[in-house]
Design a protein around this ligand. Structure first.
Ligand code: COA
Length: 376
């Protein structure tokens, strides 16, 4: 059993924000049909290609059925509408207006299937003066204040800094996922679907504690944190590496103070104590004492860690042309319903025959004819 068994998603997403949302739906057992233009979705081309495949697509495409479909071809457009009749979710992250130009906007799709949940991610949402602006992760990092906050925390006198992972794609992707799941619950009650309109900028603003700190203290949250007693928290150098630990006021700080046998912790005392020890020693002592701590691990060390292994956080993926790949696992551990993302990303159009015969009742010959005509 999987949590989203029986939920079918028509996945038109590209780049990162949409695909990470549908990746997690696939992991929870949804039937995710990834519909690509005939030339393939953009992350397939993201460099560097290894044996003709992008590491990006190999990560985000997992567990999805891959079909090609030309939505600008009238026959292809009709096929999509046919698929909508029996689908639960349509998900897209094109620039706003794209689906309307294709004649596939929410107003059209809900006439075909009033139960459909139409989820959309865009840079700035489907309303407001910036509606027509296109966006990628760094654009949303810039527009939400996230780049400014990162600079303010790490290098206040330098230029704005960008987070290296696509945080302003992943947060919106998960925001959309929450919206879709809530819309499914609501639809189960009312029998009606709805549109879920998620903006990258909104999603980032909605999760940033800095705005609350700023409005009350004129400081971003890291700066406000550094100004209090938690000033001895943070990154420290050991005799053979780095550790990160956090000392909030209260019993955690008190137990660390008692461990060191001092009246009050100062950055100098903590520096001296840490420097004489190896990373392993510091981690073991602090973990024993109840202080939140970790060595600063590189990616190989994370993958080799016994904790990640125990939690099955790296899975082996058997890919038809790449062979065995190692990819991040699924981080939600349900007690009853399985979560899994070890199925490979599809090759372009790999499941055309399977999906169009299964969902539209076409013969294999008809699918081949559609391919020859350039519809798929
Ligand atoms: C990511 C983004 C900047 C890319 O911009 P872009 O490459 O110009 O793509 P757009 O979304 O504007 O348009 C996609 C085009 O491909 C077409 N297309 C997509 N799938 C198709 C299909 N299966 N068949 C035919 N055409 C297809 C669309 O119809 C559209 O064509 P049009 O411009 O003639 O209307 C833009 O999609 C965007 O801002 N998305 C919202 C924010 C977002 O999610 N960004 C990515 C974060 S990782």
């Amino acid at each position: 059993m999987t949590a989203l068994q029986g939920i079918r998603v028509l996945d038109l997403t590209h780049a990162h924000a949409g695909p990470i949302c549908t990746l997690y739906m696939a992991a929870m057992g949804a039937d995710v049909i990834k519909i690509e233009p005939k030339w393939g979705e953009m992350t397939r081309m993201f460099p560097p290609l290894v044996k003709g495949q992008s590491p990006y697509f190999l990560f985000l495409g997992r567990g999805k059925k891959g079909v090609t479909l030309d939505l600008k071809n009238p026959e292809g457009n009709d096929m999509f509408k046919e698929l909508v009749k029996d689908a639960d979710v349509v998900m897209e992250n094109f620039s706003p207006g794209t689906m309307d130009r294709l004649g596939l906007g929410y107003d059209v799709l809900k006439e075909i299937n009033p139960k459909i949940i139409y989820a959309s991610i865009s840079g700035f949402g489907h309303t407001g003066p910036w509606v027509n602006r296109k966006s990628f992760d760094p654009i949303a990092q810039a527009a939400s204040g996230y780049m400014w906050v990162t600079k303010d925390a790490l290098a206040p006198d330098g230029p704005p800094l960008q987070s290296p992972e696509a945080i302003a794609d992943t947060v919106p992707g998960f925001t959309a996922l929450i919206g879709i799941l809530a819309a499914i619950v609501s639809r189960n009650e009312t029998g009606r679907g709805q549109k879920v309109d998620v903006a990258q900028m909104d999603s980032m603003i909605g999760t940033m504690q800095s705005f609350s700190f700023w409005n009350l203290t004129q400081m971003s949250w890291t700066r406000a944190g550094k100004s209090g007693r938690v000033g001895v928290s943070g990154l420290r150098e050991t005799s053979d590496g780095y550790v990160m630990f956090a000392l909030p006021p209260g019993r955690i700080t008190d137990s660390f103070t008692a461990l060191l046998g001092v009246e009050e912790l100062t950055p100098e005392i903590v520096d001296g104590w840490v420097k004489e020890k190896t990373t392993d020693e510091v981690v073991n002592i602090l973990a024993e004492t109840g202080v939140p701590v970790s060595a600063v691990l590189d990616l190989d060390e994370v993958q080799a860690s016994p904790q990640a292994e125990a939690r099955e956080m790296f899975v082996k993926v058997d890919h038809p042309t790449m062979g065995e790949l190692v990819q991040p696992g699924f981080p939600i551990k349900f007690s009853e319903t399985k979560g899994d993302i070890s199925a490979p990303s599809p090759l372009l159009g790999e499941h055309n025959v399977e999906v169009y015969t299964r969902l539209l009742g076409y013969s294999a010959e008809k699918v081949e004819e559609l391919r020859k005509k350039g519809v798929i």
